[in-house]
Design a protein around this ligand. Structure first.
Ligand code: CP
Length: 315
């Protein structure tokens, strides 16, 4: 089994297949902890984890906090509005001041791509990317991989369709890195205006026909339409998007019986997914959320539980 030597987790592009598999394997044992009556182990007792969220989040922030607490670490929550960032302090200065209080790890979400990498270069504390701009969301992809592997027992050879706003999606990019490394065959699907130029260089196929992708896939990862990032009117209307790319019961006619429908959340019901599909038999959206805690426990444990060993391997 591979040993974990990375000091930070910035994206899955930088992780090997073996490192990804180590995280998934470690998460398996931590999932059991959350099912116990007493949901706590002492693995990170005495460690301090700071949650630095500059963008709204429900799932990621809460599951990182639960993960850290279930490993017995202390946690501090900081949001941009409630810190001295609102008085003009830079992100790096804020993080360095927090680090000066001897914290061990910073989990950061930011609307700009590259902020976690910048903090990782400037801090001695470990850094985990909890989503940066349109770049990467590694722990979301890891929990998606975990959920797929849990249901199928494997990832290699599966056909995965990623449907929606590929252009702005850090979830799509991280999933493409992770899924292709583990041997899945990935097809991306969405409006041409929301398809990144040269996306096929990431090792994926492109298909603009959602009906075809739905019928051929073992797993559909349905992305949120990011209304906050649509400054340049990429879509004629949300109604047209829903008609062509939204998943509803009629579009699922003839799909594989074992199909999994996943969504990172938050879901715009009636746009990306109809309500009956979001709550229906193919949906594993809440399993993804449950698995998110186990994945984040695994990542925190690997970065901090073996930290002494990592001191000479800062990246
Ligand atoms: N999937 C995800 O990142 O959700 P949040 O924005 O609620 O954290």
């Amino acid at each position: 089994m591979t040993e974990w030597i990375k000091h930070n987790l910035i994206d899955l592009e930088q992780c090997s297949k073996e490192e990804i598999e180590l995280i998934l394997e470690t998460a398996k044992s931590f999932k059991e902890v959350s099912a116990r009556d007493v949901k706590k182990v002492p693995a990170l007792r005495g460690k301090t984890v700071v949650l630095l969220f500059f963008e709204p989040s429900t799932r990621t922030r809460i599951s990182f906090e639960l993960a850290a607490k279930r490993l017995s670490a202390d946690t501090i929550n900081i949001s941009s509005g409630a810190s001295s960032l609102s008085k003009g302090e830079s992100v790096l200065d804020t993080a360095k001041n927090i680090e000066a209080m001897n914290v061990d790890l910073v989990v950061v979400r930011h609307q700009s791509s590259g902020v976690p990498e910048m903090l990782a270069a400037g801090l001695k504390a470990a850094v985990i990317n909890a989503g940066d701009g349109c770049h990467a969301h590694p722990t979301q992809a890891l929990l998606d991989l975990f959920t797929i592997k849990e249901k199928f027992g494997k990832i290699e050879g599966l056909k995965i369709g990623i449907i929606g706003d590929i252009l702005h999606s850090r979830v799509a990019r991280s999933n493409i890195w992770g899924l292709t490394k583990l041997g899945a065959k990935v097809t991306v699907c969405g409006p041409a205006t929301l398809m990144p130029v040269d996306i096929e260089k990431m090792g994926v196929d492109i298909c603009f026909d959602a009906n075809k992708v739905i019928k051929e896939s073992d797993v559909l990862i349905v992305l949120r339409i990011q209304l906050e990032r649509q400054h340049d009117k990429f879509l004629p209307s949300i109604r047209e998007y829903a008609k062509l790319f939204g998943i509803n019961r009629a579009k699922l006619e003839g799909c594989k019986e074992h199909l999994l429908i996943m969504h990172p959340g938050p879901t715009n019901r009636g746009v990306e997914l109809s309500a009956d599909v979001a709550d229906g038999k193919y949906s594993v959206i809440l399993d993804q959320v449950t698995n998110g805690v186990a994945i984040r426990m695994a990542v925190l444990y690997l970065l901090l539980g073996t930290k002494e060993k990592n001191e000479d391997n800062k990246k």
